[in-house]
Design a protein around this ligand. Structure first.
Ligand code: CP
Length: 302
């Protein structure tokens, strides 16, 4: 089974293949590719984009989705069933198992009990590999390359799993990183260590506006409210807010990305600028997840 648990499970060649396949499927839809395939979509934590774009991806490829959302009406949530037992049973009904869970390591654990490929749709503050696939596709689509870009990550770099996965992926492509966050929400030490060992050029900077003219990609994130107690969150939120005015000296090719949902870290006047790409990015979730499904499940693409 080819499980997709961490972005680090994928090589540079595999990432490039997924991006190329997403491009192909966006241009030429394949409504028959997953005929007779059943895919589980199991969300133990809230989601709008990841769940709905994944389920759209399956259905537009001709497959069928079963599963549940984070409402909790399952034997695991209501009757004390273990994740391991739930996964054993659900994987026996299906051809692939897509899941999101609030605990770090849950998808890895599930992969040990699943008889079919497990795809991680986000595990706590750890990893969000399929978000990274759509981020890479959006970067490639707008920049024409993944190579040698100047990329700033802004906001909650400590708990932002999308940041962790994307930084690991882009570290394979010689990009320069700028990390912009309150000190309490800085990139985790283990990731900085990993980037150092990989020889990645990165800087920690305070002044977002000063760094904008250097950038090709500005990756904004929200403070992960669900990982804080409410008082702590009040002190953390909205430290860095991007406005249209701050983009006055941006390079023409700069694209602002955000995994969404946004809270107040990008003002709505940015939406009308040519730099905003976050809604197109969210749409690309369908094509990136279709590409992954095609490569994991379709003999034609395998
Ligand atoms: N980007 C993202 O993971 O959004 P959802 O939480 O809505 O799935």
């Amino acid at each position: 089974n080819k499980h997709i648990i961490s972005i680090a499970d994928l090589s540079r060649d595999e990432l490039e293949l997924i991006v190329a396949t997403a491009k192909q499927l966006k241009q030429s839809p394949r409504p028959d590719l997953l005929t007779n395939k059943v895919v589980a979509s199991c969300f133990f934590e809230a989601s709008t984009r990841t769940r709905l774009s994944f389920e759209t991806a399956v259905q537009r490829l001709g497959g069928t989705v079963i599963g549940f959302d984070s409402g909790g009406n399952t034997s695991l949530a209501q009757k004390g069933e273990t994740l391991a037992d739930s996964v054993k049973v659900i994987s026996s009904y299906t051809d692939a198992f897509f899941m999101r869970h609030p605990k770090e390591g849950a998808a890895r654990l599930a992969s040990e009990f699943s008889s079919v490929p497990v795809i991680n749709g986000g595990d706590g503050a750890n990893q969000h590999p399929t978000q990274t696939l759509l981020d890479l596709f959006s970067i490639y689509e707008t920049q024409g390359t993944l190579e040698g870009l100047n990329v700033a990550f802004v906001g909650d770099l400590k708990y932002g799993r999308t940041v962790h996965s994307l930084a690991q992926a882009l570290s394979l492509f010689g990009c320069k990183f700028y990390f912009v966050s309150p000190a309490a929400l800085a990139m985790p030490d283990y990731l900085c260590e990993e980037l150092n060992q990989a020889g990645v050029n990165f800087e920690v900077v305070d002044d977002l506006e000063a760094v904008i003219p250097k950038l090709d990609v500005l990756y904004m994130t929200r403070v992960q409210k669900e990982r804080f107690d409410p008082t702590e969150y009040q002190h953390m939120k909205a430290n860095y807010i991007l406005t249209a005015k701050m983009l006055a000296n941006a390079k023409q090719n700069l694209k602002v990305l955000h995994p969404l949902p946004r809270v107040d870290e990008i003002t709505t006047d940015v939406d009308a600028t040519p730099h905003a790409y976050y809604f197109e990015q969210a749409e690309n979730g369908v094509y990136a997840r279709q590409a992954l499904l095609a490569l994991v499940l379709s003999e034609e693409f395998a």
